[in-house]
Write a protein that binds this ligand. Structure first.
Ligand SMILES: [Zn+2]
Length: 495
């Protein structure tokens, strides 16, 4: 479940002192023979923990530490890369030589001539907003929290399995370049989930709190919040075990943020990635139905649809001051009043495609170059209350919490399954239904959007598991979304 590539592992409880890390690199660089027309050095260090409990018992515990640098060298407008965890004079010098030689050897295949403007000089710092640092939590405290949570959940009368897990990351990125960049960013990220599976006769159902990742600190593991979550999960599991199958018919659909964020991720985020549109990802993660000519004209949805790339929202998973190419991070509209206006492409893809993009070049660790990644892709709050969305619905269903998904390589046709549904009839919320699913095609689906929730239903969600790139890069993304309503959607029941 833990995807990072680790240079070495620390023993349980050991935390490396990374406070002076960049000074070490600075001192080394003074001694190293730097080469190239331009160079940049990105140091990345991270301590990660994954802990899990099942049925009141310890289930998984791991702690890992990684640290290294990525050296980029530009020769005659072509970039070469070399990464190393050998942080000695010899190690860094070797990385410079390799990156420089690579830039020269690939020059004859290069598609675009770059210059220093793709690595703008910036200075500054960023730190996650936390109340208490993650290092305040001992491994035993985290494990006790998870054991207690899964133990309480296991006591439910129909429960056959209960689990709770938490993934903690403390990351530091330092960047310096030959043209004057000098910045540092510290991230404190915790992702957690808890779930129950129950059985009644031959029927099995599951209910979870939905995987939730944010930039926060030790305050994320709040016993009070978890107690109310546990109560909700057990109540709703029993409701699902007595509920009829979701009906199969075309009707109105209300999606809460814990499902809608994945809909946005798969059917707005991925298709707008400029490297996909340029064909870079075609043989691996897929292409896109969006073509370069669509920017500025494609009606992605009605005028109430406003989608932003927002690296500035406090606590959201992919908020930061600079992307990994050193570009200052700013909030931009991707879809404005329903029209596609901008792609999810960093400065290199913008130069290659001529399409406006955002500050989204990101690398998953020190041993990967930055590529076009989602960051935070949000739906801006609208005008409608959830009550208004329900009262204006003659027949529909409200779905919560993603359970399954599938979408084609072009990010067009999809189907999603949710954990929990409630029927809506004649403007009123009715009974619970199990196995609610829906399907559609991207542009048609978003054009059926009839209501965008206001700030009362706006929630910040995030996942650490967005995958892309060869070699693979699993990265953290955020989605802040209100509840929304869609008209005439194909809804169906079944597993
Ligand atoms: Zn993804």
């Amino acid at each position: 479940m833990f995807f990072m590539v680790y240079a070495y592992s620390a023993k349980e409880g050991e935390i490396e002192d990374r406070g002076t890390a960049m000074q070490e690199i600075r001192d080394l660089l003074k001694k190293v023979e730097t080469v190239g027309d331009w160079w940049g050095v990105r140091e990345y260090s991270e301590k990660g923990q994954f802990r899990m409990a099942r049925n009141g018992q310890n289930s998984a515990n791991s702690t890992s530490v990684t640290r290294g640098v990525m050296v980029e060298v530009m020769n005659d407008g072509v970039l070469g890369y070399a990464a190393t965890s050998n942080l000695t004079k010899a190690g860094i010098e070797m990385a410079f030589k390799r990156a420089s030689a690579q830039a020269r050897s690939i020059a004859k295949f290069s598609l675009t001539q770059f210059d220093e403007s793709i690595r703008p000089a910036n200075k500054g710092t960023y730190s996650s907003p936390v109340e208490r640092t993650l290092s305040d939590l001992s491994p035993a405290e985290i494990q006790d929290f998870l054991i207690k949570t899964s133990s309480v959940l296991k006591k439910g009368s129909s429960v056959i399995e209960a689990s709770a897990w938490a993934m903690l990351s403390e990351t530091e990125i330092n960047y310096i370049s030959s043209n004057g960049s000098d910045w540092k960013q510290n991230f404190s990220i915790l992702t957690k989930d808890s779930s129950v599976t129950g059985k009644k006769d031959d029927l099995i159902q599951s209910r979870s709190s939905g995987m939730q990742g944010l930039q926060w600190g030790a305050e994320a593991l709040s016993s009070e919040t978890q107690a109310s979550t546990n109560e909700k999960l057990l109540t709703q599991l029993d409701e699902l075990l007595c509920a009829p199958e979701c009906p199969s018919e075309t009707m109105d659909l209300l999606l809460t943020p814990d499902q809608l964020y994945l809909q946005v991720h798969e059917s707005i985020g991925h298709p707008l990635e400029l490297d996909r549109i340029l064909g870079d990802e075609r043989n691996y993660a897929g292409w896109s139905f969006v073509s370069p000519e669509d920017f500025g004209s494609l009606k992605y949805g009605p005028s109430i649809l406003n989608v932003t790339y927002d690296p500035t929202l406090a606590s959201e998973m992919a908020s930061f001051a600079f992307d990994d190419n050193g570009v200052k991070a700013t909030k931009e509209h991707l879809i404005k009043d329903g029209v596609l206006v901008r792609g999810i492409g960093g400065i290199e893809s913008q130069k290659r495609s001529g399409i406006a993009g955002v500050s989204c070049a990101r690398a998953t660790s020190w041993n990967r170059p930055a590529i076009d990644r989602m960051g935070n892709i949000n739906i801006e709050p609208g005008e409608s209350s959830v009550t208004e969305m329900i009262s204006s619905t003659e027949r529909g269903v409200l779905m919560e919490t993603n359970r399954s998904w599938s979408i084609d390589d072009y990010r067009n046709k999809f189907q999603f399954g949710c954990e929990y549904g409630r029927l809506i009839e004649n403007g009123e919320l009715k009974g619970v239904v199990r196995n609610p699913n829906y399907r559609g095609a991207t542009v048609n689906f978003w054009n059926n959007l009839s209501h965008v929730g206001n700030k009362d239903s706006f929630e910040v969600w995030g996942s650490p598991y967005c995958g892309k790139g060869e070699p693979n890069q699993i990265i953290r993304v955020g989605h802040a979304i209100p509840t929304c309503k869609f008209k005439n959607i194909e809804v169906f029941g079944g597993a």
